[in-house]
Ligand binder design. Structure first.
Ligand code: G3P
Length: 215
């Protein structure tokens, strides 16, 4: 299972990278804005900075919503670094653009996926990654993890190679449930990754070892 961090915060990306468990980064326009990164040039420079910190794939989202615009933006993004994955919205022109990039061997991530039908289309278009937003489904009392299971079944039925990238992961249990279902990747906040570490018996056991060592 790959671990991506879902942030544009360089300190958090660095911290996850230093732990040695990071496989990539996902960003989106909202996460960029949260870090105060605005304007084309600043955004491009920020992607470059992220690529310098991590070794793995870095999703960079297009802003255009028409096919020509997405292709133009995606080409620019893909040229920044081989680590860049062109992130495209799950709309008809996004599917067309996905097919265009996959034919050219450029990595893609279809985002804003909320149904198994959308996931099937993303796979048919040759997406490298496809991102169902599980937290946002949970927010509206719809089963986000249930969607991951449904997509896993469909992809396995046909051997689709598109990777299920569980997104909008909000907490540690989302990660554990995605791991049980077999999501290929999860992207979440640093706090959710850190949560995997925590166990009171580890802390108690370590404290006892240290006390005993001093005896
Ligand atoms: O990975 C998608 C993500 O950035 C959306 O997360 O928490 O805004 O639903 P959230």
């Amino acid at each position: 299972m790959k671990f991506f961090i879902d942030t544009a915060n360089l300190d958090q990306i660095r911290e996850a990278q230093e732990m040695g468990v990071l496989d990539g980064v996902t960003t989106n326009p909202s996460l960029m804005a949260k870090e105060g990164i605005t304007g084309h040039e600043n955004i491009i420079n920020h992607y470059k900075a992220i690529c310098e910190i991590v070794d793995g794939d870095v999703s960079a989202e297009v802003i255009a919503t028409d096919y020509e615009g997405m292709v133009k933006e995606g080409e620019v993004l893909a040229k920044l670094n081989p680590q860049i994955v062109v992130k495209l919205p799950m709309i008809k022109d996004g599917v067309k653009a996905c097919k265009y990039f996959s034919n050219k061997g450029i990595k893609t991530n279809m985002t804003l996926v909320f149904s198994a039908g959308q996931a099937l289309l993303a796979a048919k278009a040759g997406a490298t990654y496809m991102s169902p937003f599980i937290g946002r489904l949970d927010d509206i009392s719809t089963d986000g993890l249930g969607l991951i299971s449904e997509i896993r079944l469909i992809y396995d039925n046909y051997g689709f190679e598109t990777q299920i990238l569980a997104a909008s992961v909000r907490h540690t249990m989302h990660i554990m449930d995605c791991a049980k279902i077999g999501a290929d990747v999860m992207t979440g906040p640093l706090s959710a990754i850190d949560g995997l570490l925590k166990h009171p018996l580890t802390d108690i056991g370590l404290a006892k070892f240290l006390v005993d060592f001093k005896k």
